[in-house]
Design a protein. Sequence first.
Length: 83
Amino acid sequence: FSGYSLWLELAQVDIDDDGRGDLDRAMIDAADRHNLGGAIPSPHVTALYGIDTLGEEEMRRRFREDVRQALLDKAEMRRRSRE
């Protein structure tokens, strides 16, 4: 694997004193229980991966601006369709 990825981090509840939420604790518990060698840094969904056609600055700009706006627009369309 190479290139950039866009992760969508999942909302968590019951944040403890260490800053870990319910999903963090579930992943750590599952990794420990099944001897998987450790959990991922943060529970997430990989939306895009392997993007290697752009430099770091352009990728950051696109994620901050273009991808963010596309996600907001789609969410707004879904909200309107439910009304």
